[in-house]
Design a protein around this ligand. Structure first.
Ligand code: APR
Ligand code: PHB
Length: 392
């Protein structure tokens, strides 16, 4: 048995856990990260990559924004596609703001490198991770590493272990309120080393279903099509994917799509999920451990970042003996932002996807809302404002 002590034990080395660790290090707050998977596995996961300015600012505050600022792509707008035509939503003109396209994998890589470079402790491949005592004064994270039981005593536990993690599951069931909506379709995503069809993202509403043209760089593209939840990845050859994608895009865009072999192909279900509160005694949930948004609004990573921004601030104030207000207000502050992002992500998903039981009336309503949206400055501003990120 190995016994150690730290100030903050962080469970999970996804973007939430790693960014929290980096921000706490800037405030000289000691933290150890415990991750069940290997670093290679964590890095290998393909996720989204649209960063709000607030997220880039947090990366800068954590001292890990250099590569993002150098290699990230500044996008001043998106394009909506419906009825065979493109309609641009000009973020810069409507909000004065932009977003940065920079893969979550790259963010995770930069955060891991920063942590290793500063000799900060991350225990990967931790087995049988359990948390206890967080409803009292002496929280503990217990796990097995290389067959040896580890006991990590701490003041606080940060549950950054995602939707399927053990932290939320360790809170008494009656102490958590769950709000959930599961969508009757999924996203089939393909990553390919081909130049993006457009310099900005295209969100397409089409009678055959939603499609998204996204990118990671000028030579690597990410595309998605709405698919049935019964679909299996191996049912979809690359050729079938490219054909279906092109059917859902305006003719001139479809012709311009450069196709190529997929380097990653996967199906993701769509879910809206919120667990309240996000604090239970000395346990603080952050990121996917507390909330999930459908990817349509590109809010997942950005919400995780602002959660840990609030948490790092609260913990720093606590350890500097300034105040406990940040910790006591943490859950309410996060949830007010989370629910706005949940609303936007649900609204944008409802507008851009084909719902099996919506019928002809439902799709007519979508068309009417889309033409109203692109014809109204206030409606376009609302979309732009939510997409680039509401002020924190
Ligand atoms: N013990 C230790 N680590 C765990 C455990 C456990 N029992 N369960 C899960 N983990 C780890 C996972 O292996 C993963 O590396 O916690 C990490 C959680 O990371 P994410 O799921 O990426 O969640 P988060 O850091 O909150 O990032 C949210 O990721 O899924 C995207 O769209 C989402 O962009 C958002 C971002
Ligand atoms: C992505 O690039 O993977 C991506 C971009 C925008 C979204 C979702 C995913 O809304």
């Amino acid at each position: 048995m190995v016994q150690r002590r730290t100030q903050v034990a962080i469970v999970g080395a996804g973007p939430a856990g790693l960014l929290l660790g980096a921000l706490l290090a800037r405030h000289d707050v000691d933290a150890v990260i415990v991750e069940q998977r290997s670093a290679e596995y964590v890095l290998g996961r393909i996720r989204a990559g649209v960063l709000e300015q607030t997220t880039v600012d947090l990366l800068r505050e954590a001292g890990v924004a250099d590569r993002c600022l150098k290699e990230g792509l500044t996008h001043d707008g998106i394009e909506l596609s419906f009825d065979g035509a493109l309609h641009r939503i000009d973020f810069r003109a409507l909000t004065g703001k932009h977003v940065t396209v920079y893969g979550q994998t790259e963010v995770t890589h930069d955060l891991m490198q920063l942590r290793a470079g500063a000799n900060l402790i991350t225990d990967y491949e931790a087995e049988d991770v359990q948390i206890e005592g967080f409803d009292g004064e002496h929280p503990m994270v217990r796990y097995v590493k290389n067959g040896v039981v580890q006991e990590l005593a701490c003041d606080f536990v940060a549950g950054c272990d995602g939707y399927h993690g053990i932290c939320r599951a360790s809170i008494p069931r009656d102490a958590v309120s769950i709000y959930e909506k599961v969508y009757p379709f999924g996203w089939l995503g393909v990553l390919a080393d081909v130049p993006p069809v457009r310099h900005e993202l295209i969100y397409a509403n089409h009678e055959r279903g939603f499609a998204l043209c996204s990118q990671r760089s000028k030579t690597r593209s990410r595309y998605y099509v709405q698919c049935s939840l019964d679909d299996q990845v191996d049912q979809w050859s690359d050729e079938a994917f490219w054909d279906e994608l092109r059917r859902r895009l305006p003719a001139e865009i479809a012709q311009a799509v450069t196709t190529g072999p997929s380097i990653e192909k996967s199906i993701a279900p769509l879910r809206s999920f919120v667990a309240e509160p996000m604090r239970f005694g000395r346990l603080f949930l952050a990121g996917d451990a507390a909330h999930i948004v459908p990817p349509t609004g590109a809010k997942g990573l950005n919400l995780a970042a602002t959660d840990v921004g609030y948490l790092a601030q609260g913990l720093a104030e606590h350890y500097l003996g300034r105040s406990r207000a940040g910790l006591d207000q943490y859950s309410a502050r996060c949830l007010s932002r989370v629910w706005k992002a949940e609303r936007f992500s649900w609204w944008f998903t409802s507008l851009m996807h084909r719902f099996p039981d919506a019928g002809a009336f439902g799709s007519r309503l979508q068309q009417a809302e889309l033409s109203y949206l692109v014809g109204s400055r206030s409606a376009s501003s609302a979309l732009a404002e939510n997409y680039v990120g509401l002020p924190i």
